[in-house]
Design a protein around this ligand. Structure first.
Ligand SMILES: Cc1cc2nc3c(=O)[nH]c(=O)nc-3n(C[C@H](O)[C@H](O)[C@H](O)COP(=O)(O)OP(=O)(O)OC[C@H]3O[C@@H](n4cnc5c(N)ncnc54)[C@H](O)[C@@H]3O)c2cc1C
Length: 484
């Protein structure tokens, strides 16, 4: 399908603003953002305009009302519109407690955001088996309403919103950071903040995670309902499903979860080394594949009601982490990429981060210092599961090896399933203990003795990466904090 026809399909389903966002994201891959160097650092003793400026009004918006509730003066500066999400999120129900613990939502308000619950989820590998799991990624949430309500609460607590403001440059002084914005439609603005939260997601120039997951899809109607694997079962969520082997050097993966009656959210994605995702129209072309191959995944007469797409960064933990450029800048959300590089559950990771992170920031600023410890939650287990994502991102291009990734994943998930639901769900929710992970590795090796040699040759691990991985494994087993 040609680029123009694909653009037409996305515009028809999502409107011009959504198409503009997709083109912006794709253009950034060709010309990554760089910050202009022309801003003057604020002098010592500068009385900043804001205690905290959050740049980016996506999911990281959750920080804003909590920080304001802790007595800080907060501003949100967003390139487009803040609190407007172009995505649907799924999550385990037990992971939503910070929404109420933060005082932002009452339990019944959280309940009203849940659009579907499933009996279980499945992972299914082409040419292999199907592995059900209960209690993980089994709730679909109305992400648009969630963020709209977060914004309302933020405004109620005095947070100031500046939309149509694109951050183009910043400079840190001893007591504050100066930020320079280009306004949509012309004009510029400068403000100062004691602390900046970089919530620009994958668009941040500091989002240097080594993996990237181009994802397209959206909310569909018209999929045939039933119990067969290629039908939509409203009681079951597909967590990870493949319908083919490696093609064009990529292992494409489907995810699908039912939403409101008659609707389902379906995504197609692949893991890739970030530096290799540089082609023109990457997301648009992936949409071409989505429309062309959707019938292999689910039957019916699908209609795309709302396109959702994006690039999700993933940090394998085998290379240095994304780092903020100064003491007064904190990376949050996808820019920090401290979520699992295997599941890419940025929403679950944000649930673990925004409340303790906001408290740590407020405590530091109230004592006249900058936060020193970690603001964004990470878990030692990510250091070991990140290698699995790294391996999936670099499959062999040799045609006779096109089924290797599926075969290895099938072995891994069969072993995981054998360990029982608790361990399986814990891995998906980033909660598996280091000792269970060791047991998991042993079980894989028992089923397929060559597995580690296969995985290492497939992924082309260097010695440094292997050392980092072993260090990560020891930290996970010993329950030590994540190293970076
Ligand atoms: C299609 C898709 C489906 C997903 N599904 C799930 C899921 O089911 N479960 C889950 O856990 N996670 C999911 N995720 C991941 C999750 O959405 C992200 O982890 C999360 O949105 C990251 O939040 P963020 O605030 O860091 O970035 P974003 O939500 O991406 O927000 C970044 C914001 O920064 C703004 N911005 C960018 N550059 C600038 C600039 N220079 N100046 C000002 N503003 C700027 C952007 O306009 C945007 O609004 C999905 C992601 C995608 C792409």
């Amino acid at each position: 399908m040609g680029v123009e026809k694909l653009e037409f399909q996305v515009r028809e389903a999502g409107g011009p603003e959504l198409l503009e966002r997709l083109k912006w994201l794709d253009a950034e891959r060709v010309r990554p953002p760089v910050e202009g160097p022309s801003v003057r650092a604020p002098d010592k003793g500068t009385h900043a305009d804001f205690d905290v400026v959050l740049v980016g009004g996506g999911l990281s918006l959750l920080f804003a009302p909590v920080l304001a509730g802790l007595g800080l003066k907060v501003g949100v500066f967003e390139r487009g519109r803040a609190g407007v999400v172009h995505r649907e999120w799924n999550i385990g129900g037990s992971e939503l407690w910070p929404l109420t613990a933060s005082g932002l939502f009452q339990p019944e308000e959280v309940e009203s955001l849940i659009v579907a619950r499933y009996a279980h989820g499945v992972c299914r590998w082409h040419g292999g088996g199907e592995y059900p799991v209960r209690g993980a990624l089994d709730h679909a949430l109305d992400a648009g309403r969630l963020l709209a309500q977060v914004r309302q609460r933020a405004e109620h607590r005095g947070v100031r919103f500046h939309e149509g403001h694109t951050l183009t440059a910043s400079c840190e002084g001893p007591d504050a950071v100066r930020l320079h914005f280009e306004r949509t439609g012309g004009g510029q603005a400068e403000v100062t903040a004691r602390l900046v939260l970089d919530g620009r997601g994958v668009s941040s120039p500091h989002a240097t995670a080594d993996l990237l997951c181009p994802t397209v899809g959206g909310v569909l109607t018209g999929l045939r309902e039933g119990r067969a694997p290629d039908e939509l079962n409203p009681r079951v969520g597909d967590i990870l499903v493949t319908t083919e082997g490696v093609d064009e050097g990529r292992q494409h993966i489907w995810e699908g979860f039912p939403g409101r009656p008659g609707e389902a959210t379906v995504y197609l994605f692949y893991y890739a080394p970030a530096r290799e995702v540089r082609g023109e129209h990457t997301l648009l072309r992936l949409y071409g594949r989505f429309f062309e191959r959707l019938g292999r995944y689910k039957r019916g007469e699908p209609r795309l009601l709302r396109p959702t797409f994006g690039y999700i960064p993933g940090w394998s933990r085998l290379v240095p982490p994304p780092r903020a450029p100064g003491r007064r800048v904190v990376l949050v959300g996808d820019a920090a990429a401290r979520h699992s590089a295997l599941t890419y559950c940025g929403f679950g990771a944000m649930m673990r981060s925004f409340l303790p992170g906001a408290k740590a920031i407020a405590a530091a600023l109230q004592e006249g210092r900058v936060p020193t410890g970690p603001v964004v939650h990470d878990t030692p287990l990510h250091a070991v599961t990140g290698a699995l994502a790294f391996f999936m991102a670099r499959p062999s291009r040799e045609p006779e090896r096109r089924d290797e990734v599926n075969a290895l994943l099938d072995t891994a998930f069969a072993a995981l399933h054998d360990m029982g639901n608790e361990a399986y769900a814990a891995l998906i929710k980033d909660q598996m203990t280091g000792t269970d992970f060791l047991r998991f590795l042993q079980r894989i090796a028992r089923r397929r003795p060559r597995v580690y040699r296969d995985a290492l040759t497939l992924a082309g691990f260097g010695p440094l990466a292997a050392v980092r991985w072993l260090e990560g494994l020891s930290r996970a087993v010993l329950q030590l904090p994540a190293s970076a």
